[in-house]
Ligand binder design. Structure first.
Ligand SMILES: CC(C)(COP(=O)(O)OP(=O)(O)OC[C@H]1O[C@@H](n2cnc3c(N)ncnc32)[C@H](O)[C@@H]1OP(=O)(O)O)[C@@H](O)C(=O)NCCC(=O)NCCS
Length: 144
């Protein structure tokens, strides 16, 4: 996950401890959940190749999509869409009410992915991101 993170300038960049927290949360009302897409590998000796992942954070019935990254060589093959659809189905199955996210204004690729998955733009946070400084756009998807 950290390798894909570092290869993707437009991703949300996390320290190792934040990725580890995906595997360790115990509070059922506030938890991180992750999905991965892997290729090949023969357990236990051969590790599969990680093609993409999505991480979300839940607080009660509301979810935040925190990070979604597909390996550069595996993009535009529907993996991002599959990860998002799996996530949305999970939220629905858990009786979640809505998913929220923020994204850099210039990240047209991710914005297009979110729009296609039924997210609507609900606002902006000026100069929310640093390095480089940039506005965040806020998106929401209601779950019915
Ligand atoms: C955003 C990202 C996850 C999309 O993953 P993906 O597997 O390539 O996405 P998909 O193949 O499912 O494409 C879904 C839609 O996204 C849009 N899209 C994807 N790649 C695109 C590109 N290069 N140019 C324009 N639109 C693009 C299209 O609308 C596409 O639908 P279409 O193929 O029917 O036109 C991937 O580009 C990525 O990892 N980017 C770097 C990390 C990042 O910015 N993450 C989001 C912020 S945390």
């Amino acid at each position: 996950m950290m390798v894909l993170d570092q290869e993707s300038p437009t991703a949300a960049h996390w320290p190792r401890a934040q990725y580890e927290s995906v595997l360790t949360t115990s509070n059922p009302l506030s938890q991180r959940v992750g999905w991965v897409v892997e290729l090949g590998g023969k357990p236990p000796s051969e590790a599969p190749e990680l093609l993409g992942f999505l991480i979300a954070h839940r607080v009660d019935t509301e979810w935040e999509l925190e990070n979604v990254i597909v390996a550069e060589g595996a993009r535009r093959r529907g993996i991002g869409t599959s990860l998002l659809n799996e996530f949305i189905e999970h939220v629905r199955a858990e009786n979640g009410s809505a998913i929220f996210l923020e994204v850099r204004e210039s990240n047209q690729v991710a914005r297009s992915l979110y729009r296609k998955a039924g997210f609507e733009e609900t606002g902006a946070r000026k100069s929310y991101y640093s390095a480089p400084r940039e506005n965040a756009l806020l998106y929401r998807r209601r779950i019915s």
